[in-house]
Design a protein around this ligand. Structure first.
Ligand SMILES: [Zn+2]
Length: 412
């Protein structure tokens, strides 16, 4: 359980209705399979000075329990490839009944999060929702659920369990992976949106384990809150800091800024990091260049926002392991897709540490302009610049390439 805090508020990047992507989903899945099974990567796609290591060598093993940045994702996570079947329950309360006509607004508010997941996964994740037939009246008043008074795991399970029980007469839970319970906007004391991967409620013979509450903060975050919370259902960690650093009090975003919506839902650059996509199976090993310390390595990186496009063989990130649990990652961020409003484009460099827990900074972005007024918003390295990895002395140099591409060279 966690709360989201932000320093600077920006509007959600997208507010669109869900597009007709079903055909693209099927096509994307087919291409993904073909990309691994039948496509020969052309030699020109990997312009390396020496053969890189196998991508598997860069899949740093998980070194924490629960949500984290290692491989594989937590065993309690739901599969991120295939179909995610969500029960979407909209609930109201005797002390806060939902007004007539408010159902469509509530449903529409979360739709952009579903669209995000399908787009960013390149269609590898398809989300199907079965929605309650109107508002489900909870058995207790909203004040019986202590969201404002230190909600415990037991409180949260009781809340979700009450919603399931109230809906069960008319709702079939027998083929559901995750339960989403969205409260009426009239109930501001259902304040925030926690996730649990340990629900432990059985309905219609189905042992339900995964659930998300969408509370009042969904009206501030917009639909991308659904993509953030589903990230947890799929095993991703929080990238914002549960405790701000002593030297930068109040800055809960000191580690990753707004470079992934697991760090800041309303951030300027809400595309999932390439590392997260790889963890989830949304990037193929063929799209990852794994560097080894003693060899020069080059990668020609396509923008992360295009990683769902079917371009087999195109590199999406360079990974340079510097210890058993720590790696430097370089990816290409451009002002396209959900990143369309970024303040600075270029090579985003960050470290991933699989021994660091969710909320403690498993990902830390390297700032190319430390001390600038924009914080980490202008962190990417511009073409023509370089950065020296402090523990190994390896130098990363960044070069511009046509059509939003970026070349990175690693010199040991
Ligand atoms: Zn979170």
């Amino acid at each position: 359980m966690h709360q989201h805090v932000q320093r600077r508020t920006r509007p959600p990047v997208r507010q669109t209705v869900r597009p007709a992507v079903r055909g693209a989903v099927a096509a994307g899945l087919a291409l993904g399979l073909l990309g691994t099974a039948a496509t020969v990567v052309p030699a020109t796609a990997l312009p390396v000075a020496a053969q890189p290591a196998s991508a598997a060598d860069c899949q740093l093993p998980a070194a924490v329990d629960g949500l984290g940045s290692g491989f594989p994702v937590d065993e309690q996570a739901l599969p991120a490839v295939g179909t995610l079947k969500a029960a979407q329950l909209f609930v109201d309360f005797e002390d806060h009944p939902a007004p007539a006509g408010s159902f469509d607004e509530a449903e529409a508010n979360l739709a952009s999060g579903i669209e995000y997941l399908e787009r960013v996964s390149g269609g590898r994740l398809e989300v199907t929702t079965t929605t309650s037939d109107g508002w489900v009246r909870m058995p207790e008043p909203s004040t019986a659920y202590p969201f404002e008074r230190g909600l415990t795991y037991e409180d949260h399970v009781r809340y979700i369990g009450d919603a399931i029980a109230a809906a069960d007469d008319t709702f079939d839970f027998s083929d559901v992976d995750v339960v989403w319970v969205s409260a009426t906007k009239q109930a501001p004391n259902i304040t925030y949106s926690p996730t649990t991967n340990f629900l432990d409620v059985t309905a219609d013979g189905n042992h339900l384990t995964h659930a998300v509450t969408f509370g009042y903060d969904q009206w501030r975050w917009g639909g991308l809150v659904l993509a953030h919370e589903t990230g947890h259902s799929l095993g991703l960690p929080d990238l914002y800091l549960f405790e701000a650093p002593p030297e930068d009090p109040g800055n809960w975003h000191a580690a990753a800024g707004g470079w992934d919506l697991m760090g800041l839902i309303s951030g300027q650059a809400p595309e999932y990091l390439a590392w997260h996509r790889w963890q989830l199976g949304w990037l193929d090993d063929e799209q990852v260049v794994c560097a080894v310390p003693e060899r020069a390595t080059r990668a020609r990186l396509s923008p992360v926002a295009e990683s769902g496009d079917p371009h087999p063989g195109r590199d999406r990130m360079l990974v340079y392991p510097v210890s058993a649990t720590r790696a430097v990652v370089v990816e290409n961020r451009q002002a396209i897709g959900y990143d369309r409003d970024i303040a600075a484009s270029g090579a985003l460099v960050y470290t991933v540490d699989t021994s660091v827990s969710s909320g403690e900074g498993p990902v830390r972005v390297i700032d190319s302009t430390p001390g600038s007024a924009d914080g980490l918003d202008d962190a990417p390295f511009a073409p023509g610049t370089s950065w020296t990895e402090p523990t190994t002395g390896a130098v990363l140099t960044f070069h511009k390439a046509p059509a939003h591409m970026l070349t990175v060279s690693l010199t040991p």
